[in-house]
Design a binder for this molecule. Structure first.
Ligand code: SAM
Length: 273
């Protein structure tokens, strides 16, 4: 997969050389290229921003440097054999970044990231490139950062660990929170390693029972309990057809009951406690 990042802070992307993403680059699974947006400015101060039309506080990133930078990166990529690019623009006003979207992006051969600073990029840039390629405007959460570089690191790491050959054990992301499949929409429960007793705290005995079926059931109950506690909204959204008899029993013990339509809601007595 080829990844291009256009930024006014190339040094901010140094962590892409480290750990999992760094190893993916070293192995040739990822081809990361970071470019300084200011290379496409021609005034003495390398200006990339200007005042907003209509007034208001803050500055807006000018379309010219972005347009020239994107055209150059696109031409270079096509020449190097890359194809079907997608533009990823981090913005708090974008669609939420989810595991589902990470999977979708991991299936694309070429991502070009456009992290902004100031109040964001002149709208016409996204509109222009949307006529040539998919444009993903993505938010990593309901808060506002100073720039899009940290979101690029977040998105890249989530995408890179899904690429074949990046994780040592290809099964590692199968049981992750939000992973598609049987545990979809449930958070992962607690995990343990050696020693069996640490500071007087023993691991749950079930995990050393050797009974794979019972361990899987225990993990599912723990995932249900964790999700009910941390993200009740996920249980409320779950398709009840995905719950088996034991799931329903566990949810009932946790204080949840099905409404007439089948979806589960926390019983009011539990909410009040
Ligand atoms: N005025 C913008 C708004 O309210 O939508 C916020 C601009 S923010 C100060 C500057 C840049 O940081 C954004 O253009 C985006 O690239 C990045 N950014 C900030 N928060 C983000 C978030 N939650 N998700 C993705 N990108 C974010």
């Amino acid at each position: 997969m080829r990844l291009d990042v256009l930024t006014i802070f190339p040094e901010y992307l140094a962590p892409l050389n480290v750990s999992l993403v760094g190893k993916a680059c070293a192995r040739g699974v990822l081809d990361v290229r970071v470019s300084d947006l200011r290379e496409w400015t021609y005034d003495r101060h390398n200006t990339v921003d200007d005042t907003p039309y209509g007034g208001g506080p803050g500055m807006v990133m000018k379309p010219d440097p972005w347009g020239e930078a994107l055209d150059t990166v696109l031409a270079d990529g096509y020449e190097a054999g890359a194809h079907t690019p997608a533009l990823v623009v981090p913005t708090p006003s974008g669609r939420p970044f989810t595991q589902e979207l990470a999977v979708e992006l991991s299936e694309r051969p070429w991502l070009i990231f456009a992290p902004a600073r100031y109040e964001g990029i002149d709208r016409r840039v996204m509109d222009e490139y949307a006529t040539r390629m998919p444009v993903y405007e993505v938010s990593i959460g309901d808060y506002v950062l100073a720039g899009g570089e940290a979101p690029v690191l977040v998105i890249t790491e989530a995408v890179a660990r899904l690429l074949p050959g990046v994780l040592g054990n290809a099964e590692s992301h199968r049981d992750d929170s939000f992973a598609p499949g049987a545990m979809a929409d449930l958070l992962e429960g607690p995990v343990y390693t050696k020693p069996p007793v640490w500071r007087g705290r023993a691991i749950p005995s079930m995990l050393t029972s050797g009974h794979h079926g019972k361990i899987a059931r225990w993990r599912r109950d723990e995932a249900l309990a964790r999700t009910a506690e941390m993200r009740p909204d996920l249980i409320e959204r779950c398709d009840p057809a995905g719950f088996d008899k034991k799931d329903r029993e566990t949810l009932s013990i946790l204080g949840w009951a099905p409404e007439p339509g089948g979806r589960f809601w926390r019983r009011p007595s539990v909410v009040e406690e």
